[in-house]
Write a protein that binds this ligand. Structure first.
Ligand code: HEM
Length: 241
């Protein structure tokens, strides 16, 4: 009797939730953040800024609105970049939207955040953590771009997934902040301090990095790579997800 090309355990694996169209929940999550956070900035009026502006930094509001604009481009393009169907069927779109992600999304957004770090209400502790986050955002994104130009697709995939971890820190930090609200024995002072100085600047990007690292190890094992990250070229962008 002819054997089925897909063995039953493999078929079961293929049905697991992480093989399902996770791009939809991701797009909904990032879209919800944009719908929640962006409209209050669309009046372009510093007097009605959703968060207090530093009167000693005249460019604070402009930097913030530009940062958020580039952040929105980051979110739209990161969904396009991670969407396996689009990569497989329309590699040209993957290339163009990837350039937008790098040069009109992550890098300008993270560079502007360096100004926001100095203008905003963060303590030195929070400033250092956020500066590391911004630095890692730029570094991982540049590495992802350089590796794809070198056609080292396996490494491109790794760096871009780390870049994704950095980009979505804005979501994780809110989730962690809400989680902290419900921890027993935490008073309002600790809550308001940690929300701005610990969760976003430190904790949440570490959580994101750890999750992506775990995901990469898992999928590397599955792909049978003995030495991940050493540049085994895979055939093309359709296979880097
Ligand atoms: C690339 C890494 C990023 C870094 C390092 C970063 C850093 C920052 C910093 C330092 C602030 C100012 C906080 C304050 O003064 O209170 C800020 C605000 C903000 N960022 Fe980012 N950010 C990044 C990416 C993004 C992305 C991708 C978005 C997506 C839209 C985004 C959306 C916002 C929003 C909406 C605010 C205003 C604060 C609020 O309304 O809660 N950021 N960010």
């Amino acid at each position: 009797m002819a054997q089925s090309p897909v063995s039953p355990p493999a078929a079961r694996r293929a049905r697991r939730w992480w093989n399902r169209p996770w791009i939809i929940p991701l797009a909904v999550l990032l879209g919800a953040f944009v719908v929640w956070k962006v409209p209050p900035w669309l009046n372009f009026d510093p007097q009605r800024s959703p968060i207090p502006m530093n009167p000693e930094v005249p460019l604070h509001y402009a930097m913030m609105t530009l940062h958020i604009g580039f952040g929105v481009i980051t979110f739209v393009t990161v969904c396009l970049q991670l969407w396996p169907w689009l990569r497989a069927r329309h590699p040209a779109i993957h290339r163009y939207s990837g350039r937008l992600y790098v040069f009109a999304g992550m890098i300008p957004s993270a560079l502007l955040s360096l100004g926001l770090i100095l203008a905003g209400p963060l303590t030195v502790f929070g400033q250092i953590g956020t500066a590391i986050w911004a630095g890692l955002s730029i570094f991982t994104t540049v590495m992802g771009f350089v590796r794809v130009r070198q056609r080292r697709f396996a490494e491109h995939r790794r760096w871009m997934l780390y870049s994704f971890a950095m980009a979505t820190n804005v979501i994780t930090s809110r989730a962690v902040a809400y989680f902290v609200l419900y921890l027993p024995g935490i008073g309002p002072d600790i809550i308001s301090f940690t929300r701005f100085q610990v969760e976003g600047p430190w904790l949440s990007w570490m959580i994101n990095l750890a999750l992506v690292h775990w995901w990469l190890r898992r999928t590397d094992r599955k792909r049978g790579r003995r030495r991940p990250g050493l540049g085994r070229a895979v055939p093309g962008p359709a296979q880097v997800g």
